[in-house]
Design a protein. Structure first.
Lengths: 140, 217
């Protein structure tokens, strides 16, 4: 496989992992998703479809369609993490009803939390998209 | 080249799907074991003394329901519960616990518990559910409508209004909330059959859990 294909494929794998992981947390483990999680899901789930269709063949268009979602999702994830780790006060959060966005459900190894996993996912996908963009420009 | 990519994509998708479902089964089995353990150790968590029960008093199978009088699904499940009580007559008893998740749930629970003192609990529950679409509409809840139809059940309203505010009822609500939190109840109705949750949500799963408990008896 050429390099750009491997990159988009890896991005797709990350999106699948994030999608299945979040579904596992809410549907199997029954952790209710908070509002901010829903916004991040809205950005993450379509990436599974966009990235896999973008493999046939890989071109600049997959980056054009995938990056807006990835950037918006990444920004929400950053905001969520700032709230979660109390860098921003929660009073600035939009989640007052239902599930609080700062409820801690999992904490693996003492620091890996659900919002952090989301941020890692979006960062990874964005970096891979960026790398694909560079590879495609160089190939030309 | 293209075929190879398709192959890789499909096999990865299958593999991820497989891992997801395998993980789901492992998780559910572990949960099941955990609850079984909890049930033996914490009989009181599922069958506390303060909770009202329905069914034969000597039945060995306890169906604990965490419910909310303002929840529409609980209303629909009420029919299922009555059906099961008939079908498994003499074999099961329901334990009613509260999980107030709506705006007027607490008020309705207070009404229920106060009517219990007048031996009208089930009549009042029936009436609350029957008129739920009127008083409990999510767009326009009108809890005061209950005073219009409650007299039909035969409860003494004046007495009920006084007893609603008793600290004893407050304690029951607080205890149920606390236990619900410990069990991580996030929706209503939530059922436990002798302390073990049904495999999934739905009348057929509740029935399966009851049947299973009957076999193990």
């Amino acid at each position: 496989m050429e390099k750009s294909k491997v990159l988009i494929f890896s991005a797709w794998l990350s999106a699948c992992l994030a999608t299945l992981g979040s579904l596992f947390l809410s549907e199997v483990m029954h952790f209710p998703p908070c509002t901010l999680c829903w916004y991040q899901r809205i950005c993450m789930y379509p990436l599974v479809i966009i990235l896999v269709t973008g493999l046939f063949p890989v071109s600049q268009s997959v980056i054009r369609f995938a990056s807006p979602l990835a950037i918006i999702g990444w920004m929400i994830a950053v905001y969520h993490n700032l709230l979660y780790y109390k860098i921003l006060p929660e009073s600035a959060s939009p989640c007052v009803r239902g599930i609080s966005c700062t409820t801690v459900f999992i904490e693996w190894f003492g620091f890996i939390t659900i919002p952090l996993l989301s941020l890692i996912g979006f960062t990874l996908i964005l970096s891979l998209l960026f790398a694909t963009h560079r590879t495609l420009t160089n190939e030309k | 080249m293209k075929n190879k990519t398709i192959l890789i994509v499909i096999s990865s998708a299958l593999l991820m799907g497989f891992i997801f479902f395998a993980g789901m089964n492992i998780y559910k089995n572990n949960e099941f074991k955990k609850y079984e353990f909890a049930a033996k150790d914490n009989f009181k968590l599922f069958v506390p003394e303060h909770s009202i029960r329905k069914g034969s008093a000597d039945a060995k199978i306890f169906v604990t329901e965490f419910f909310d009088p303002e929840c529409e699904t609980c209303r629909r499940f009420h029919e299922v519960n009555l059906h099961f009580l008939k079908e498994y007559d003499g074999k099961i008893q329901y334990v009613m616990r509260y999980a107030p998740f709506h705006g007027n749930s607490i008020m309705m629970i207070k009404i229920l518990e106060a009517s219990r003192k007048q031996n009208k609990y089930w009549e009042v529950l029936e009436a609350l559910y029957a008129h739920q679409p009127e008083w409990g509409s999510h767009h326009n809840p009108q809890p005061d409508l209950v005073w219009k139809f409650l007299p039909d059940t035969g409860v003494n309203i004046a007495q009920l209004k006084v007893e609603m505010e008793s600290p004893q009822i407050q304690k029951i609500i607080e205890k149920d909330l606390l236990d619900g939190k410990q069990l991580q109840i996030s929706g209503t109705p939530t059922f436990y059959v002798n302390g073990i949750p049904p495999e999934a949500f739905g009348p057929e799963y509740l029935k399966a859990a009851i049947d299973k408990a009957l076999v193990e008896l």
